[in-house]
Write a protein that binds this ligand. Structure first.
Ligand SMILES: C[S@@+](CC[C@H](N)C(=O)[O-])C[C@H]1O[C@@H](n2cnc3c(N)ncnc32)[C@H](O)[C@@H]1O
Ligand SMILES: [Zn+2]
Length: 730
């Protein structure tokens, strides 16, 4: 490869190949048998030459709105920071194909990349593994976190849909009635039990003078997501606690029951403070119970389905409070597999611990513990291990929507705001209690997630599809996307033995442990495609302990990685300090170097708004003897879905870095081409409909400078100087 052709764009490639654009965009009809891109005999890979930045950014943008719909396999269970499947399909394809293959031209074809081993040492929710499997390659993944390993095993295991449905119906018959009984209220007309969707709770504090104050920020507890169009709201009366109906923007209301007049926008709590009826202000933290327990709750409203099946808001009656008490008593008598684990002190957990959430079981009320425990016990009794694990994974996913850290999002949107909607653990002042099994109109329940997550994921494995934009007769891309089946069914058996993996077809190797020590022979991997942790942006194991606390007791006899005290591991790559982070990441990259074939590519996504982020990456790569060959900007996950939202200049692009072993890095970008390349890459992204912020420009420039620094064999400090000098945009 020469310096010139390293800068060839996909557009130029298309021209060279003389192929009309529309053919690239539409690809062949799905299912059409095609030749596999020849993967061997060329030490330069397609991704070193070009990447369809524009086209893949468009797919990524669409995918980022509803990741769980477009790629359900990575969403049976919660994972943090999962990447976009469309992007990783492109990367895997480009990283294993020889240099004259056009990635976009191959994108919608069915491939059978037999005997191509693709490794992800930071597998997370398994995006690389799934995309590699869909291309017929052999996926190898490792994560240090037990929840990741367990969830990826379940995601990639294909199971018979009938077996799954049968097991679900058996659970439905055996445990649903018992659980559902606790989620009923009396229909106010007929006095007969009807199903409850949600219970609305509020935390209470007792002031030194003995007054009990509810922590409402506002007495409006339910309004529509589009209140201007649907202004009706539900408002709780501060005097008699009855549920009123009024406008979302009302500033005065007379209670229909007790005639008390109040401003619905008000509420006793504000920020860290609460004000009593006499106007005295207290710090909420100072009013925590002395017995070391979390604040207690009061039930103030219910959403139920009335006899006609309509959603209605009700004020609780004695029947509802009796049910709570009944559940509490039964919980004390039952022997159920409940979490016993304490909440470890940590960056994410200290806030919850500060409010006396010291054990993971404190995150649930008695009814939730009872019903989740009854369900888990029945799942444990499923005979087939394969099916049982699928349901354990689903069960664990359900926990996210069934605990006291959930809240109500409002009408006209998915009702339950789950506990990990932010990457923090913040005690909720007005928790929403969802129904564990659920009704036909629920979301985030065991039954609804069985359909929307588990069945969809298993169906996707049988007919994996891609997002696809049809092209009109003039060659213009239509705005509405469609699905296109572009991969054969994924039928894998999971193993953790290299022996079995390398000698049998249709195997995926899914490991748990530190990826700096992989049980894989030297030079056995064709491409490493990954997404490393970014400093300490997400404290994975602190958050995943929430699931680990439930799963470990029921799975430790089968999976040794559930035998640990928590999901924490001392070798997690997770550090605020740039040098420490670079050293830890470098250890894993060095192991990647060992297992990678000499002509193999290491490709990963990264973004960072500050120079030290990029210099840490440079140091880690250099330490591991990798050179950066080139980089591409692509659309990143939706801004709202990540902590980077707060930045003044938001990052909406990920950089895809393409690296080779140093001795294989025969060429790289020339410095003179830097400016040209930078503006061309920005243009490509903008053509794909993305805006390029200052931070994005910095990312593009920093990633290009990585290639320059690699080529000049600069030291870590040398790279920092280069980056400093180039920091001002021209
Ligand atoms: C950014 S996430 C990967 C997300 C993934 N790309 C996805 O789409 O879900 C990084 C992962 O690295 C894992 N990790 C951190 N240190 C590790 C180590 N030493 N070995 C293996 N995995 C590690 C974390 O547990 C986390 O799941
Ligand atoms: Zn009232």
């Amino acid at each position: 490869m020469t310096m010139e052709n390293s800068a060839v764009t996909i557009e130029e490639n298309k021209e060279t190949l003389g192929c009309p654009i529309s053919e690239f965009v539409s690809g062949p009809k799905s299912g059409q048998a095609v030749e596999t891109p020849f993967t061997q005999g060329d030490s330069v890979k397609a991704i070193e030459i070009a990447f369809p930045v524009e086209e893949i950014s468009q797919l990524a943008e669409r995918e980022s709105y509803r990741k769980e719909i477009f790629r359900p396999i990575y969403h049976i269970h919660k994972w943090w920071a999962n990447r976009l499947g469309s992007v990783f399909r492109g990367i895997v394809l480009g990283a294993v194909s020889r240099s004259n293959i056009d990635i976009w031209k191959e994108f919608y074809k069915k491939h059978d990349l037999q005997d191509v081993n693709v490794l992800d040492p930071f597998m997370g929710s398994g995006t690389t593994l799934g995309e590699a499997a869909k291309l017929g390659a052999k996926p190898v993944g490792c994560d240090i976190n037990p929840i990741s390993t367990f969830a990826v095993r379940q995601a990639l295991t294909s199971v018979d849909l009938d077996d799954l449905e049968r097991a679900f119906h058996k659970l439905e018959k055996e445990v649903k009635p018992e659980i559902q009984r606790y989620y009923t209220t009396l229909d106010r007309e007929t006095n007969r039990p009807v199903p409850v969707l949600y219970y609305f709770w509020v935390k209470l504090v007792d002031t030194p003078s003995g007054e009990t104050v509810p922590l409402f920020n506002s007495y409006i507890f339910s309004k529509n997501a589009y209140p201007k169009q649907k202004p009706s709201a539900r408002i709780v009366c501060p005097s008699c606690w009855s549920v009123n109906t009024g406008r979302y923007d009302a500033t005065s209301l007379k209670c229909h029951r007790c005639s008390h007049e109040f401003n619905p926008q008000d509420g006793p709590s504000n920020g860290q403070y609460v004000t009593d009826s006499l106007g005295n202000k207290f710090r909420i933290k100072e009013l925590l119970p002395e017995d070391g327990r979390p604040l207690r709750h009061r039930l103030y409203a219910i959403m139920a389905l009335n006899k006609g099946g309509e959603k209605v808001y009700l004020s609780p009656h004695a029947y509802d409070l009796d049910l709570v008490e009944e559940a509490r008593q039964r919980l004390a008598e039952e022997d159920l597999p409940l979490p016993q684990m304490p909440v470890r002190p940590g960056h994410n957990t200290n806030q919850a611990r500060g409010y006396n959430y010291l054990h993971w079981r404190d995150f649930f009320n008695s009814r939730q513990l009872l019903c989740l425990g009854l369900l888990l016990k029945k799942i444990q009794a499923i005979k087939s291990e394969v099916i049982r694990d699928q349901f354990l994974c689903l069960f664990s996913g359900t926990l996210e929507f069934n605990n006291l850290f959930c809240s109500f999002k409002g009408e006209g949107t998915g009702a339950v705001r789950h506990m990990f909607s932010h990457h923090i653990l913040k005690p909720e002042r007005t928790p929403l209690e969802n129904s564990v099994w659920g009704t036909s109109k629920s979301s985030g329940t065991f039954a609804s997630l069985f359909k929307s997550r588990l069945l969809k994921a298993k169906t996707y494995l049988q007919t994996p599809s891609e997002i696809y934009f049809p092209v009109d007769m003039f060659g213009n891309r239509e705005t509405k996307s469609q699905y296109r089946v572009a991969s054969g069914p994924v039928k894998l058996k999971i193993t953790n033995s290299w022996e079995e993996f390398s000698h049998s077809p249709n195997r995926a190797m899914v490991l748990n442990g530190d990826s700096a020590e992989l049980p894989i022979p030297d030079k056995s991997i064709d491409a490493v495609v990954t997404d490393p942790p970014y400093f300490d942006f997400v404290h994975y194991s602190e958050l995943s302990d929430f699931f680990f606390a439930w799963l470990a007791p029921v799975l430790s006899n089968r999976y040794s990685f559930f035998g640990r005290a928590s999901s924490y591991h001392k070798d997690e790559v997770q550090n605020k300090d740039p040098d420490q982070f670079a050293t830890n990441l470098g250890r894993v990259f060095r192991e990647c170097y060992r297992v990678l074939k000499d002509d193999g590519v290491l490709s990963f996504s990264f973004h960072h708004s500050r120079p030290e982020g990029w210099s840490a990456i440079y140091k880690a790569l250099r330490e591991a003897r990798f050179s950066v060959m080139t980089s591409y900007p692509v659309h990143a996950e939706m801004k709202v879905a990540s902590p980077k939202t707060n930045a003044k200049e938001p990052i909406s692009l990920d950089m895809i870095l393409v690296c080779k072993k140093q001795e294989q890095a025969v060429s790289s970008m020339s410095e003179d081409d830097m400016e040209k390349t930078l503006s061309r890459k920005i243009k490509q992204v903008e053509n794909g409909g993305n805006q390029v912020s200052k931070s994005d420009q910095f990312n593009i420039r920093a990633s290009l400078l990585l290639a320059t620094a690699s080529r000049l064999s600069l030291s870590g400090e040398g790279f920092e100087k280069l980056l400093d000098g180039e920091f001002i945009f021209r």
